[in-house]
Write a protein that binds this ligand. Structure first.
Ligand SMILES: [Zn+2]
Length: 392
C-alpha cells in the first residue's frame, strides 16, 4: 500500500513536470514565432511591394544551397555567367525567415485585388521560376497591358537555388526584386510565391493555392507550362494548373474564395519537348512592337541572364562594367534570335491568324497551345481574348 502510494506520487510529480515543460515549450515557441514575424516584417522584401500589390511575405525557411538545376541551356541565351564576388552578390539582400501555415501562404499571395466590371480582360500567367513567365509570355503580356487589360505573372517557386554563387533567402529576395523590375517595364502585376526552387510538388495544398490565385484574379485566361518539361517544377506547375482547371468553378472547394462563374481559357506556354507529345501552336502572337520592352524586362533579371543562373561560374561572369555591358548586348541579340526562330517555325500559323501580308512580315513571336481542360474558345472568342490579332 505504502509503495503504491509512493509510486502514485511519483507518477503525479512526473505528469506535473511534463505539463510544466509543455507550458514552457509553448511559451518559448510563441515568442520565437513572434520574433520571426517581426523580422519578416522588417525584412527588405517589405519594401518591394506597391500599395496595390503587397510584397510577398517571407514565410519559410531558406533552403540549403542545393545542387544546380538540370541544364536550362535551351531556355537561357547564355549560361556562362559573369564573375561576381559571391560576398558582394549575397550582400545585396538580407533575408529573414519565419513560419507559415497554408492560410498565411494564401494571404501572402493575394496580390492586387481583382477589379471587376471594367470590361477589360484578366490574364494570369504561371511560371515555375522568376523568369519563366517573362520568357514565355512577356511579349503578349506587354501587348495586353498596353490596351489596359490586367495581367499578373506568378512565379510558383522563389528561385532560391537558381544561382551558382548564392542561394536561399538572399537569392529569393534578389529574384523577387528582379521580377518586380520586369513587371514594372511590362506594365503588369507580379508575385513570387514562397516555395523553394526545385521542391515544388503537386500537393492538395498547392492545388488549392493555385485555385485560389486564379479565382482571386478572376481570370479570363490562365497560362502555364505543359506538364512535359525537363524541370520538375515546370512539370508540376503544369499539373497544378490542370488540376485547377475544373476546380476554379466548383463552389465547395476552397469556399473561402468565391468560385469563378465562367471557366477561363487555359493555355500552355511554348516549350520544345517532343515526348509524350510535342507542343502544338494554336495561337502565335506577333510581338515585334514590344520586343524591346520584353528584352529590357528580361535583362533586369541579371542573376539569370547576365550572371548565368544556376549553372553560371566565376570564370564567365563579367568583371567590369564594360564586360557587363558587352554581355547585355550579347544576351539581347541571343533573345532576338530566339523569338525570331519562333516566328519562323510557326510562320504558317502567323499567316493564318494575321493574313498573308502581315503574317509574312512578323519578325518575333510567342506561341501558345489551348489546353483541352477549361473553356474551349471559338475562333471569334480567341480574337476577343487576343484583341491585337486582326479582327476578321
Ligand atoms: Zn524555370
Amino acid at each position: 500500500m505504502q509503495s503504491l502510494r509512493c509510486s502514485s506520487l511519483v507518477v503525479l510529480v512526473r505528469v506535473l513536470g511534463q505539463i510544466g515543460i509543455g507550458v514552457l515549450a509553448v511559451v518559448a515557441t510563441t515568442q520565437a514565432i513572434e520574433v520571426l514575424r517581426q523580422e519578416a516584417n522588417q525584412s527588405p522584401s517589405g519594401g518591394l511591394g506597391t500599395p496595390q500589390q503587397p510584397a510577398t511575405l517571407w514565410v519559410s525557411a531558406v533552403s540549403e544551397s542545393g545542387p544546380a538545376e538540370l541544364s536550362r541551356s535551351f531556355e537561357k541565351p547564355f549560361q556562362t555567367g559573369p564573375v561576381l564576388d559571391p560576398e558582394t552578390v549575397s550582400g545585396h539582400f538580407a533575408g529573414s525567415n519565419s513560419l507559415a501555415s497554408e492560410q498565411e501562404l494564401v494571404s501572402a499571395s493575394t496580390g492586387e485585388a481583382a477589379p471587376s466590371g471594367d470590361g477589360k480582360l484578366r490574364i494570369i500567367c504561371f511560371g515555375a521560376h522568376p523568369d519563366d513567365a517573362e520568357l514565355r509570355c512577356g511579349g503578349v503580356a506587354a501587348l495586353w497591358a498596353a490596351e489596359g487589360h490586367h495581367v499578373k505573372f506568378v512565379s510558383v517557386t522563389n528561385g532560391d537555388i537558381g544561382h551558382w554563387a548564392m542561394a536561399g533567402g538572399p537569392l529569393a529576395q534578389r529574384r523577387i526584386a528582379e521580377a518586380q523590375h520586369a513587371a514594372n517595364i511590362l506594365g503588369i502585376q507580379t508575385e513570387v510565391l514562397d516555395i523553394h526552387d526545385g521542391e515544388l510538388v503537386p500537393t492538395l495544398e498547392n492545388r488549392k493555392l493555385i485555385t485560389r490565385l486564379i479565382r482571386q484574379w478572376q481570370a479570363d485566361v490562365v497560362i502555364g507550362h505543359r506538364p512535359y518539361d525537363y524541370h520538375p517544377d515546370h512539370r508540376y506547375v503544369g499539373v497544378l494548373i490542370q488540376d485547377s482547371a475544373f476546380m476554379v468553378t466548383v463552389p465547395f472547394i476552397c469556399p473561402d474564395t468565391p468560385p469563378l462563374k465562367r471557366n477561363p481559357v487555359f493555355l500552355y506556354s511554348y516549350d520544345s519537348f517532343q515526348r509524350p507529345v510535342p507542343f502544338r501552336a494554336d495561337i502565335v502572337i506577333a510581338i515585334d512592337s514590344v520586343i524591346d520592352k520584353k528584352i529590357d524586362a528580361l535583362l533586369r533579371m541579371e542573376s539569370q541572364f547576365i550572371e548565368g543562373g544556376a549553372l553560371g561560374s566565376a570564370e564567365t561572369t563579367p568583371k567590369t562594367p564594360q564586360q557587363r555591358e558587352a554581355k547585355r548586348q550579347q544576351v539581347k541579340e541571343s533573345f532576338r534570335r530566339r523569338f525570331a526562330e519562333l516566328a519562323n517555325r510557326y510562320r504558317d500559323k502567323l499567316i493564318e491568324l494575321y493574313g498573308k501580308d502581315l503574317g509574312q512580315k512578323v519578325q518575333y513571336a510567342e506561341a501558345f497551345e489551348i489546353c483541352e481542360y477549361g473553356r474551349q474558345p471559338s475562333k471569334e472568342e480567341l480574337r476577343r481574348l487576343f484583341p491585337f490579332l486582326p479582327q476578321q
